[in-house]
Structures are given as structure tokens and as C-alpha cells.
Unconditional design. Structure first.
Length: 126
């Protein structure tokens, strides 16, 4: 494996960006730019970070649930309403949310345009 990697945009020669179905995600297109499981976008030597962009159409959302991964959501365009067990807030372009694994949360595109959300995940250590 390499010590670094350059990812080309989806559709550009050499790109390994891929879309997939994410359980509990609705009216959205999740993509992976970097992945640690070799599922299409191999990470660097010793890499542990997963990164992708999810495109949510207005009304697109996720279930109110927890996953075991430390997560960062960064809003590139549009807006998302984030709900946790103790708060509800609207995230706008440039806003982010960072949580440890196990936090129950959901997001819903309550705006009028497609929301592009950069997602960075840190899998639990094995």
C-alpha cells in the first residue's frame, strides 16, 4: 500500500469514488472517497479514516439511530436539521457536527436545495 493517495473526482480517469446504499438513509446518494475496507477506494498504508460526501435532496434524511463510529459531518452546501437526544439545530454550509460512536442522532434536509454533507468516520479500534 502507498503512503499517500490522490483521489480524482467521480467520472475522471483513475477515480475510485463509488456510491452505495446506506441502511436507514432516505432520498440521498452516499458516496465513498476513501475507505478502509478495500470496498472500491483503498485507503493508505495504516489508514483508519473513512470519508465520503452524501447528497440529500430536500426531505432526505436518516433514521434516528446510533452507529459505533466516531463521526464528523461538515455541511458543504445547503442545510440540515440535526437531532440528538438532547438538542435539535439547523446546520448551514460551513457548520459541522462531531460526535463519538454510540450517539443517537438523525439528519434531515429541511432546506430547498440539495445538501452536500462531507462525512468523516473513524472506525472503532479492533
Amino acid at each position: 500500500m502507498a503512503k499517500y493517495r490522490i483521489q480524482r473526482a467521480k467520472g475522471v480517469e483513475g477515480s475510485t469514488v463509488y456510491t452505495y446504499s446506506a441502511p436507514g438513509h432516505y432520498e440521498c446518494v452516499p458516496t465513498r472517497l476513501y475507505d478502509v475496507d478495500g470496498g472500491g477506494a483503498n485507503d493508505i498504508e495504516g489508514g483508519k479514516i473513512i470519508m465520503g460526501i452524501t447528497y440529500f435532496v430536500p426531505g432526505g434524511s436518516t433514521d434516528f439511530a446510533a452507529n459505533p463510529l466516531e463521526s464528523i459531518y461538515y455541511i458543504l452546501t445547503g442545510e440540515m436539521t440535526l437531532k440528538t437526544e438532547d438538542c435539535e439545530t439547523v446546520l448551514h454550509a460551513g457548520d459541522s457536527f462531531h460526535c463519538v460512536g454510540g450517539v443517537t442522532k438523525s439528519v434531515t434536509n429541511t432546506g430547498t436545495e440539495v445538501c452536500q454533507m462531507l462525512v468523516v468516520l473513524q472506525p472503532p479500534q479492533k
